[in-house]
Each structure stands twice: as C-alpha cells, then as structure tokens.
Design a protein around this ligand. Structure first.
Ligand code: UFG
Length: 354
C-alpha cells in the first residue's frame, strides 16, 4: 500500500485519513478537479475498499500509505517520495462515547498525530494545511446560529476537546510563523453518500450517529430508532441539527484549497447548510426517500447532547464562494441508495470504531 505519486500542475494533496468517510468523498472531488492526491491512512477506522472504490468512480489511481501519523519516519518518507503542496488532515478518532472511556488514546492519536504531522510539514517546508474541525468546538451555545467568531472551548468530551486543542495549536503555530496558510473547517453533522452509491458512511456495529441508524431501521437491519429525548425546547421536543451532505463538505475543501493557494493566512469557516431539522423531521424525510417505515421510540436524553445547534454559513459563502447545494431529500435519497447497494457497509476488512 505505498507508491510514488505523480505531479499534476495543480499540485499534490496529502489526505490523512483519506480512506474514511469525509476523506473518500473529498478525494473524489479533488481528483475530479484535476489534483493529484496521496492518501495516508492507518486503517484504524477505515478499509482499503473505500480507496478501491475511489479509483472505480474516478478512473484515477490513488497512491496510499498505511502509516500512523505518530510514525515520524514513515511520514517523512511520504514527504520525500511525493511533492506535497498541501495537507488535508481528516485523520482522527471520532467516537464521542469512546473518547470518554479511553481519553489518553484520543489525545495521543488526535493531538500527538497532528503535532507530529505539523513538524514534518515544517521540516519539508509544506506550509499549507486544511483541517477537519467540528461544530463541537463551540461547546454550549450562548446564541445561535454559531458564527466563526463565537467563543470556543467548554467541550464536554475528550473527542471534542481534541478538535478544540488542535485548533488552538494551529493558531499558535500561525502566530509564531506566518508562512503558514491554515484553513480550519468546522463541519456540521455530515451525512449522505456519493451519488454512485459506491462510497458512503460505513460504521462498525451499531451506529452511534442518527442517519446510519435510521437507514438500518428502514432496511430492517435494526428494529427501531431510539430517539434520545422528546422533551427539549425545540419545535417537536427532539434534538435539532444542521445536517450537511458529505459531497457538499467535500466541495468546501476544494474551495478552501483555492484559498490556501492564494495565501490566505489562518482562516476558520463553518461548513453547514444554515438549516436545522429535528430528529423526527429526519425520520419523516427518510421515510419519504426510502418508502419504508422507520419505527422509533422516545427515550431519555443522551448525556452530553445539546438541544439545538446550526451554522451561520455566510462567511464561507462570502470568502470561499462555497455554499451547500443539496437539500434534505437528496441527502436521504443518497443515504438510502448507499444502504441498499451496501447493506453491511464495505464488504471486507471492517475495523474497530475507535
Ligand atoms: N439521535 C437519536 N438517536 C440516535 C442517534 C442520535 O435520537 O440513535 C439524535 C441525537 O440525540 C441528536 C441527533 O440525533 O439530537 C444527532 O445525533 P448524532 O449522533 O447523529 O450527531 P451529534 O450532533 O450528536 O454529533 C455530531 C458529530 C460529532 C460531533 C457533534 C458535535 O457526529 O462528531 O456533532 O458537533 F462531536
């Protein structure tokens, strides 16, 4: 799983975690835009199958390295063998609940891996970074929607804290050395799948997130959805979120890349739709897209959940020229196609959901 990347005039992007959910969708968009891409992924929470399918969709080969970001020599080798111009940093453990049980692994992997990566980038004079941050960095809202200038921190779990700490580390790095161009993209609830139905979200075991769970209920793989909380002060009592199509997110990365090339300095953008839907609205939309019934039961609230949050998306529109294009119906239709074509997710080599 390693080979040299060729160089197009547009440059070579290193995608860490490029075999994962947001990573695979972004690699497809980058290849479609004519960029060369090299992937580094230790397959801790992904499989080679995603990369094979990228090649199938785009007809382009993706050189990939099975290297842990904590492996400095392995990383240096990648930068020696490829003329990387920018890094898109998707890699990281992302299970909120698990991060509470194994915090040290989360800090070591997410923060240690990122610091290592930044050091190697510095050594190889690659100063362009696009980082997968999360709406979770905002913590408990004082007002909504979230705007990029709102205070961050106060995250309630180690996973969220790793995103917040990495943002702080990158800000300090930029303060110390303004050769860097760093774009931090705060994702709002990525859902959906590629139109081809060949790549999508492939959680291991029982999904923790809403949409993979709903799609398995619709498919008859799970009996009913547990709705965490029916007594929030929201439109129907259930939690409200800003669900964003993963292909829109992927296109947001391409837009950010153009900004990095124009030497943007340090920038932060929300990537969301600016629209907010409740759990029950998501159930209804999925029933419409799939033609199936999604049984659900209202249960107590899930610890650590916020009642409501969504994004102000005006900055990304103004500065990146990016906005989400896909609506809720399309998100649900794409998930359903992915579910029907891949009932158990990717076929082989499934791994743990650290
Ligand atoms: N929900 C249910 N039942 C489920 C799963 C989820 O009712 O089985 C509800 C949640 O309570 C919440 C909504 O559906 O109201 C969305 O939940 P998800 O788990 O899909 O997403 P979260 O908003 O909790 O989490 C997302 C990302 C995290 C990130 C977090 C905060 O998945 O990575 O946003 O930004 F940390």
């Amino acid at each position: 799983m390693s080979s040299k990347g060729s160089m197009s005039s547009k440059g070579c992007i290193l995608a860490t975690g490029g075999a994962g959910y947001v990573g695979t969708h972004t690699v497809v968009e980058l290849l479609n835009e004519g960029y060369d891409v090299v992937v580094v992924d230790n397959l801790a929470n992904a499989t080679m199958e995603g990369l094979k399918r990228i090649e199938e969709i785009t007809g382009k080969r993706v050189p990939a390295y099975n290297v842990n970001l904590l492996d400095t020599e392995g990383l240096k080798n990648i930068f020696s063998e490829n003329r990387i111009t920018c890094v898109m940093h998707f890699a990281g453990f992302k299970a909120v609940g698990k991060s509470v049980d194994i915090p040290l692994q989360y800090y070591k992997n997410n923060i240690g891996g990122t610091v290592n990566l930044l050091e190697v980038m510095n050594e190889f004079k690659v100063y362009n970074m696009i980082f997968s941050s999360s709406a979770t960095v905002y913590g408990v809202p004082e007002k909504l929607p979230f705007v990029e200038t709102d205070k961050t921190g106060g995250c309630t779990n180690p996973y969220g804290k790793t995103k917040f700490f990495i943002e702080e580390i990158m800000k300090d790095l930029y303060t110390a050395d303004q050769q860097w161009n760093i774009v931090m993209l705060r994702y709002f609830n990525p859902i959906g799948a590629h139109k081809s139905g060949r790549i999508g979200e492939s959680p291991i075991g029982i999904p923790h997130n809403l949409m993979p769970y709903i799609s398995k209920v619709a498919a008859g793989e799970l009996e009913f959805l547990t709705v965490y909380g029916g007594d929030y002060e929201t439109k129907d009592g259930t939690g409200v979120r800003d669900y964003t199509h993963v292909v829109d997110l992927a296109k947001g990365h391409v837009a950010a890349l153009k900004s990095v090339k124009n030497k943007c300095g340090l920038k932060i953008y929300n990537l969301g739709t600016g629209k907010a839907y409740s759990v029950l609205e998501m159930v209804k939309a999925f029933e419409k897209a799939s033609g199936k019934t999604v049984k659900y039961k209202i249960a107590p609230r899930r610890a650590g959940d916020l009642p409501t949050f969504w994004s102000d998306v005006s900055l990304a529109k103004k500065e990146l020229g990016w906005e989400a294009e896909k609506d809720l119906d399309e998100m649900c239709e794409d998930i359903w196609r992915w579910q029907c074509m891949n009932p158990g997710g990717y076929p082989s080599g499934q791994s743990k959901s650290t």
